[in-house]
Design a protein around this ligand. Structure first.
Ligand SMILES: Nc1ncnc2c1ncn2[C@@H]1O[C@H](COP(=O)(O)OP(=O)(O)O)[C@@H](O)[C@H]1O
Ligand SMILES: [Mg+2]
Length: 243
């Protein structure tokens, strides 16, 4: 029996991963600022809604929902429409964190913890029957602990609860040191999949690449996949060999 798959929403990515993400898994999306993590994750939700009738939750910790909606509109993605249809929920965990007033319907209170975040995610998921989830980004949770074991524990708890809820989730993080692939150095061990996004210098240009570094439960290419952000989103323009 073949495993149920969830389409990635990225042209060219399903093909090198056996048809999509294993359903119900959680995946870390990592890379420096500007490498396209937010767009990659938003496209997962957008295409899910547009093409597969799969509902989504976007937990935004870094950008205000208003800014996110506008950025997505620049790619022709009308998130507001899906929200109005109650097929998409954006949970605003950014505004109160930065002390800003918010008129959003779904918000997190100042100083919220992981458990209350998961409770809110659970509620929203059940409410609209969502199967896709994005948390952007983990470092913005500003975990006020420095002990690696403790951080690992917290992220492990978050990822276990998400697995329990049963959604397929993408979590973003950002490496701050060149020899590390994540912010805390533990996320890649906790998550069941890891996708690394990068910008590489080529002559006077910067080229975008992504790589599936780990994806439990499926065969996948280990190849660096060059991609572009085009008018309506991310397109991998070189498929390479079949895995
Ligand atoms: N409408 C667009 N068309 C083409 N490229 C875009 C568009 N919007 C943003 N970008 C590119 O995407 C980058 C931001 O991507 P983003 O997903 O926000 O990165 P990250 O979340 O990794 O910081 C911008 O710096 C820009 O290069
Ligand atoms: Mg981002």
């Amino acid at each position: 029996m073949s495993m149920k798959r969830v389409k990635t929403g990225i042209e060219g990515l399903d093909e090198v991963m056996g048809g999509g993400y294993p359903a119900g898994t959680n995946i870390l999306v990592t890379g420096a600022s500007g490498t396209g993590k937010t767009i990659f994750c938003a496209q997962f939700l957008y295409r899910g809604l547009r093409d597969y009738n799969e509902k989504g939750i976007y937990v935004t910790l870094e950008e205000r929902p208003e800014d996110l909606r506008n950025e997505m509109l620049s790619l022709g993605w009308d998130f507001k429409k899906f929200e109005d249809e109650e097929r998409l929920v954006i949970i605003d965990a950014a505004s109160t964190r930065s002390g800003l007033h918010t008129r959003e319907k779904y918000t997190m209170p100042k100083g919220f913890d992981i458990d209350s975040l998961v409770t809110e995610i659970y509620r929203a998921t059940k409410r609209i029957q969502a199967t896709r989830l994005v948390i952007d980004s983990l470092p913005s949770l500003e975990l006020r602990v420095t002990d690696t074991g403790q951080i690992r524990g917290i992220i492990y708890r978050l990822s276990s609860l998400l697995l329990e809820i049963g959604v397929t989730s993408l979590l973003t993080t950002e490496s701050v040191r060149p020899n590390m692939i994540s912010r805390y150095g533990v996320e890649e061990f906790v998550c069941r999949g890891v996708i690394i996004m990068d910008l590489e210098e080529k002559g006077h240009d910067l080229k975008r690449t992504l790589r599936v570094r780990k994806m439990r439960g499926t065969k996948h290419t280990m190849r660096k996949l060059p991609f572009e952000i085009q008018q309506d989103g991310i397109v991998i323009y070189y498929h390479g060999e079949q895995y």
